[in-house]
Design a protein around this ligand. Structure first.
Ligand SMILES: Cc1cc2nc3c(=O)[nH]c(=O)nc-3n(C[C@H](O)[C@H](O)[C@H](O)COP(=O)(O)OP(=O)(O)OC[C@H]3O[C@@H](n4cnc5c(N)ncnc54)[C@H](O)[C@@H]3O)c2cc1C
Length: 300
């Protein structure tokens, strides 16, 4: 679809907000990236499905994003549509099951669960992503992952115009991996199986995790979290530190002094700076330790 067609479609329907020619740096936690042709914010599931169906059938370039906390957007901009899920935030709790729409923050889900006296999601408190992004990535922390608590996810096949409910098995989770990374489906909502637990106990656990994050992670700088996956048998941050790369800088991108697994935007970083730094780290760690690092950060 041409830009004017997309805009007239979005304008004609009150179920969308949108912007044009918007810097991706304002939409991603790394604060990096050039201008995006159109950024659309569907306000409900039907609007989301209708828009992505149209974009898919017209072969218009688009990407679905939640909080943009695990992506690197290109400097040259994105000649397509960012479909943001941040207005799809419904949440319900029935018995021990919490169901949330894809754009709801996973940290907010953890807080809601805690208030309802349901444990199981505390590990996700402090992960700055959405439910959709967390399911897609099989996000995890402190020994737990999304796969440990998920029951199923309603997913949208924009190419076929079908909603499918995928069970945990069908979602084929792996370490920071799921079937969604390979089948092109979008998460609309997900249901999580939790268990009764004392609100105060869960809150203490969540606060402990948050304090550990503040102690260990450079939260004062823009970043996308850990850039690499854990290398089997190693702590990736330690490998990078032992390679002498703490504080190493390319342009505005820097290996964090606080946590060498993070690359921070120390000011004015470009996507090219980040990519060059990633390549330096990969080469140095392989040369010194024979370990091939695998990237967790997604290049759009
Ligand atoms: C400071 C910091 C700390 C972090 N700590 C952790 C951590 O402890 N553990 C961890 O696992 N991650 C961590 N992350 C990384 C990131 O927050 C997670 O990967 C998170 O799950 C990404 O969610 P998002 O909504 O931001 O996804 P985005 O960055 O918006 O998107 C990431 C990918 O998911 C896809 N996607 C987004 N929404 C959907 C959807 N509805 N359906 C299908 N695909 C979708 C996108 O297309 C993209 O490919 C951290 C990041 C930061 C900045």
């Amino acid at each position: 679809m041409r830009t004017e067609e997309i805009i007239s479609f979005l304008k004609a329907d009150e179920n969308f907000d949108f912007t044009t020619d918007t810097p991706a740096s304002s939409l991603t936690s790394f604060r990096v990236g050039g201008r995006v042709r159109v950024v659309a914010y569907p306000k409900n599931r039907d609007a989301f499905c209708e828009l992505t169906r149209r974009l898919a059938s017209s072969e218009t370039k688009y990407v679905v994003l939640g909080c943009g906390s695990n992506v690197l957007a290109p400097d040259e901009g994105y000649d397509g549509v960012f479909v943001m899920t941040t207005k799809l935030t419904g949440l319900s709790i029935e018995g021990n099951t919490l169901t949330a729409e894809c754009g709801r923050g996973i940290t907010s889900c953890a807080s809601s669960a805690a208030r309802a006296g349901l444990g199981g999601l505390a590990f996700a408190y402090g992960i700055p992503g959405s439910v959709g992004g967390a399911v897609y990535m099989n996000a995890g922390a402190y020994g737990s992952e999304i796969k440990d608590i998920i029951i199923s996810a309603d997913c949208w096949d924009a190419a076929r115009g079908e909603v499918l409910t995928l069970t945990k098995d069908e979602l084929r989770f792996g370490y920071r991996d799921s079937a969604l990374r390979h089948n092109g489906l979008t998460v609309l909502s997900a249901a999580f199986s939790l268990f009764p637990e004392d609100t105060e106990k869960i809150t203490a656990e969540m606060n402990d995790y948050m304090n550990r994050r503040r102690d260990k992670q450079p939260l004062e700088y823009p970043s996308a979290g850990s850039v690499f996956k854990r290398a089997p048998g190693h702590f990736t941050g330690k490998l990078i530190e032992d390679a002498g790369l703490k504080g190493y800088r390319v342009g505005g991108a820097e290996v964090s002094e606080k946590h060498a697994g993070f690359i921070i935007n120390a000011g004015g970083a470009t996507a090219e700076d980040v990519k060059t730094l990633v390549a330096v780290i990969e080469a140095r760690v392989f040369e010194l330790f024979g370990v091939r690092l695998e990237r967790e950060l997604i290049y759009l």
